[in-house]
Design a protein around this ligand. Structure first.
Ligand code: 3NM
Length: 221
């Protein structure tokens, strides 16, 4: 763990994830609008049919990173540790098919490390190997990730918190401002979304609505 857990929890509130294939508008404009709306963390996830590679990918990453920097939003890179280190991103997010978290931790030093987990055992391993936060999903049905696992609802999150696992947790998969509340009530520190913001007519309004729905529950907790 490299980041103070309390600081990590605040960053996870509205965690926007996006790559060029998720947007119907210019990705830079989408990110700028999402930041205006109140996102707290950003992940560059350049995946799927028609995604950018090599220099083009790096060039978009740098443009989006510069936008995040202007507003002090930490910039996380999905999977691509080499790119994250090369451009000095603020962190990386990895899944179970990537290198082990302890290997990645050694490569990235004190940058933020997020790990996707789907079981108690994976969660415990990620914690032991130095994750700053874990991502769990899909909470609800999603069409954004073709190889998403079975929908898990709030079952796993509830199990984690009942076992007194205190690591910062973010949920992902099919989350919108309408269905975010139960996730926060069940113990998540925030929501990760792609399409709820990237495909919205107004990414700014969509981000603001998500922020309100998360914050409303946290204030009452
Ligand atoms: N990971 P949307 S679901 C990137 O379950 C990703 O680990 C998932 O997109 C997981 O907010 C998912 O549009 C897609 O549903 C999230």
């Amino acid at each position: 763990m490299a980041v103070n857990p309390q600081a990590m929890r605040s960053l996870l509130k509205v965690y926007f994830i996006m790559g060029s294939t998720n947007c119907c508008q210019n990705p830079e404009n989408v990110l700028q609008a999402a930041i205006k709306g109140g996102i707290t963390l950003f992940q560059f996830r350049e995946k799927g049919a028609g995604c950018l590679h090599g220099k083009e990918k790096e060039s978009l990453a740098k443009k989006l990173q510069a936008i995040c920097k202007q507003s002090n939003i930490p910039f996380i890179v999905n999977d691509d540790i080499e790119l994250a280190v090369k451009i000095n991103a603020d962190g990386v997010h990895i899944g179970q098919d990537d290198e082990a978290a302890d290997v990645v931790r050694r490569k990235i030093g004190s940058k933020i490390l997020g790990v996707s987990v789907h079981s108690m055992q994976e969660a415990e391993t990620a914690i032991r190997q130095g994750a700053d936060y874990i991502g769990i999903g899909p909470i609800y049905p999603t069409s954004t990730k073709a190889d998403a696992k079975a929908v898990q609802g709030l079952t796993f999150l509830t199990e984690l918190r009942s076992a007194d696992i205190q690591i910062p947790v973010v949920g992902i998969g099919g989350i919108t401002s309408e269905n975010a509340s139960p996730l926060i009530e069940a113990g998540a520190d925030g929501v990760s979304v792609i399409s709820a913001i990237s495909q919205a007519d107004s990414p700014e309004k969509a981000a603001a609505k998500l922020y309100d729905s998360v914050n409303r529950i946290m204030r009452n907790a």
